[in-house]
Design a protein around this ligand. Structure first.
Ligand code: KG4
Ligand code: ZN
Length: 376
């Protein structure tokens, strides 16, 4: 196995995106994403069974498309990487099964990795000649999507990731989707709220910032809560409707968006200060939010922090970030996973790689690095 510049195919199926990525070391060769979002629209959120079935249909065509896009041959791969968790169990199982089958058929090692750490891994990819600054450590990472809202302290991508806090109820993207529904907008709500908010007044209504009171700060300093905010928006809209008054949709959208952005960045910037970390990395689909990006730039500038935001195609769930994390593990000398790993819907973020094989002595016997560990 080429450990200096490994060619890795990554498979991501933790939610509603079937993502296949191919990287060589830190160079992105292909990033194919097939989303089943449209199929979930009429339910107002991701339906796990529908997502899993869509992965089954999309996986093989997505692998073929990624191989064609990259110009590589599957035989040339050094390893397969796959998301083992966290995520939707049924959806994860499809990717895990496919990755094991591919690894066995090709006789390649497999790396089972953590989806959340993968989001951070997206940032090690170099996207051209001008992209020369590598990810530096330590970094605080704020990951916000429809499925997660997590604040991480990353001391080392392949060996030391600590969960500082996460949402105790809804994910930030989920809150956008629910509030959009209250305002009569279709799923996914994030982009619609963002668009409506553009012409609204963010100070029109003061919505609550979850877990920001002094007593919350003791126990939930870096945790988030968005369900109270969602309820508060629902009440406000109901009062208006009950009074027979029109609902100022743009102002509600802008005020809600402001509350989400404010609390996300207040806590992320505080974590940087508390831990003496001079950089902040953003990831997840909610990073598409225009106001979030703008306030992130303003606040990190004011606090003297470096801000990193990967391109959106690498912020939303994708296979390239999984391949990138797999490649980093290989380059840092980690052994492949044994084949006795499964899908783990609640995989803790500290577990960067699942079921790593025990380190084998360099001389005599042991894995030649070309066979999945556990296969004899
Ligand atoms: O990372 P992602 O593509 O995947 C999942 O979580 O499945 O994130 C999707 C989430 C959805 O909740 C969507 O409403 C939200 O990201 N989102 C946004 C924006 N664009 C997408 N939220 C706020 N503002 C946006 N512009
Ligand atoms: Zn994600």
């Amino acid at each position: 196995m080429n450990r200096e510049n490994p060619l890795v195919l990554g498979i991501e199926t933790s939610c509603d995106e079937t993502g296949i990525g191919i990287v060589r070391g830190t160079t992105l060769l292909a990033n194919v994403i097939a989303s089943s979002m449209d199929e979930h629209a009429r339910y107002g959120g991701v339906v796990p069974e529908v997502a899993a079935r869509a992965h089954l249909e999309e996986l093989v065509p997505a692998i073929e498309a990624a191989v064609a896009e990259s110009g590589i041959r599957l035989e040339d791969l050094d390893a397969i990487a796959v998301t083992s968790g966290p995520g939707l169990a049924g959806a994860l199982m499809v990717g895990v099964g496919a990755a094991k089958a591919l690894a066995l058929a090709l006789g390649k090692p497999i790396y089972a990795v953590n989806h959340l750490v993968g989001h951070v891994g997206a940032d090690v990819l170099r996207l051209g000649e001008s992209d020369t600054v590598p990810l530096e450590y330590p970094t605080i990472a704020l990951l916000v999507s429809g499925g997660h809202t997590s604040l991480l302290l990353v001391r080392d991508l392949t060996s030391d990731v600590e969960l500082l806090g996460e949402t105790i109820d809804d994910a930030a993207g989920e809150a956008f989707d629910k509030v959009a529904r209250i305002l009569g907008m279709p799923y996914p709500g994030g982009p619609r709220i963002d668009a409506a908010a553009a012409t609204g007044d963010p100070r029109a209504i003061r919505f609550p910032r979850g877990l920001s009171r002094p007593k919350d700060m003791d126990e939930h300093r870096y945790d988030f809560s968005f369900s109270g905010l969602k309820t508060s928006v629902a009440r406000w809209v109901e009062h208006r409707e009950d009074a027979g008054e029109p609902v100022p949709v743009s102002d509600v959208a802008a005020s809600f968006r402001e509350a989400v952005v404010d609390i996300l960045l207040t806590k992320a910037v505080a974590a940087c200060a508390d831990y003496g970390v001079p950089r902040l990395l953003l990831g997840g689909g909610v990073i598409a939010n225009a106001r979030l990006r703008q306030v992130a730039i303003e606040r990190t500038d004011a606090a003297g922090l470096t801000l990193r935001i990967p391109p959106l195609s690498l912020c939303t769930d994708n296979g390239a970030m999984i391949a990138a994390l797999g490649a980093q593990l290989i380059m840092n000398g980690h052994e492949p996973s044994t084949l006795d790993f499964g899908a783990d819907s609640t995989l803790p973020v500290e577990q960067i790689q699942v079921a790593p094989a025990p380190v084998v002595p360099a001389v005599r016997g042991g894995n030649d690095g070309n066979t999945p560990a556990g296969v004899t």
